[in-house]
Design a protein around this ligand. Sequence first.
Ligand SMILES: N[C@@H](CCC(=O)N[C@@H](CS)C(=O)NCC(=O)O)C(=O)O
Length: 211
Amino acid sequence: MKLYSYFRSSAAYRARIALNLKGLSYETESIHLTKEGGKQFGADFKAINPQMRVPVVKLDNGEVLTQSLAIIEYLDEVFPDPPFLPADAVERAKVRAIADTIACDIHPLNNTGPLKYIKSKLGQEQSAIDAWYHHWILVGFEAVEALLRPGPYAFGTRVTLADICLVPQVANAARFKVPLDRFPKIVAVDAACLQLPAFDKARPENQPDAE
Ligand SMILES: N[C@@H](CCC(=O)N[C@@H](CS)C(=O)NCC(=O)O)C(=O)O
């Protein structure tokens, strides 16, 4: 398998954690999202992912998968051990709700493309962009903090999809100096997950393209 990734991309970080948890080996091809205007916009990568975003997984049979949650679901279906979701349908919906709060509600508002647009097209100062970034993480994390179960992980004693989404979002928050003292459960889950080799190996600073 090949993972098109970028060390700072939190969506790619999700895919890296999932691949590691399943014990799958993969080759990383780095797509630098800022160098020379962004390698994701080059014709070669556009031919691979018309959305021009990472992560992308290229399977050994040549099939190309995009969107981190679709990639993670695929991995969970094809490599069911260890499962990313609980056995009970209600519990599964709750884990997915935490993951979606992060992947569908928080992350898109803090993503590279929209931030660039706010700055260059809407003429906002960096201070306004930082305030925007902080705001959407803080309101999103308030909800996530309330949805977490007693740990050590986001939804109890087993790692789930919720952890796979939460840890990269905490890394983004830390990078942009969002204060997390209001979220002791999130901070504890993040610390517990990062003790696991699958999460540690997936950290931005442990990637071959880390700067
Ligand atoms: N919903 C997508 C988000 C993917 C995404 O937006 N990736 C960002 C990096 S975290 C990206 O490639 N951005 C490039 C750009 O906006 O130009 C997923 O979960 O895979």
